[in-house]
Design a protein around this ligand. Structure first.
Ligand SMILES: [Zn+2]
Length: 178
């Protein structure tokens, strides 16, 4: 329903084939704001799916792409069920947390689990040679909003879900995302 151009800055939506909307609590958000991605396939007459909720969070940007194309661009930022809503109403996505933690260079793998709203457990597989006293748990607090707490545990590996998939962020507050 969308693809990247040579600029690699978002996915150009095939707007003649799909209506893509980004909403929170059922209402469209402003251009560039994060919300739930809904898709209507304009060509599927056999089994129409209207405003199908694909379970991803993302943004839609309508300004012209540097490549010259004018179609809306979609930025997908992870699964809705991984979105953390902070105590002050802020939103943190799986992608933001991954970018933040992996930019440090001292973490090989991690899993951030919100046990109850604002109470997090952070499993960390330190990067080879990384100082184990790294303050990643302290630093990640800056993302998680006022009043949040993080307990960190250094581990040798991260276990997959029973489905076999790995999840890096598990949220207890995604239902507040709307
Ligand atoms: Zn482009």
């Amino acid at each position: 329903m969308a693809c990247e151009c040579e600029r690699r800055d978002g996915l150009h939506v095939f707007e003649d084939l799909f209506l893509v909307e980004v909403v929170r609590h059922g209402a469209p958000v402003a251009d560039g704001e994060l919300g739930r991605i809904l898709v209507t396939d304009l060509g599927n007459h056999a089994m129409p799916l209207i405003r199908y909720d694909i379970g991803d969070a993302g943004r839609l940007v309508r300004e012209r792409c540097p490549c010259g194309r004018t179609s809306a661009r979609l930025f997908v930022e992870g699964r809705v069920q991984d979105v953390i809503v902070t105590g002050d109403g802020g939103i943190v996505t799986n992608d933001q947390i991954m970018d933040f933690i992996y930019a440090r260079g001292d973490v090989d793998e991690f899993q951030l689990t919100e046990r109850t709203p604002g109470r997090f457990e952070l499993l960390v597989v330190p990067a080879p040679g990384a100082v184990t006293s790294s303050r990643v748990d302290h630093d990640v607090l800056a993302l998680l909003g006022p009043g949040a707490t993080v307990k960190r545990f250094d581990v040798r590996s991260i276990e997959p879900e029973s489905s076999g998939k790995f999840r890096f962020v598990r949220s207890a507050t995604f239902d507040r995302f709307g």
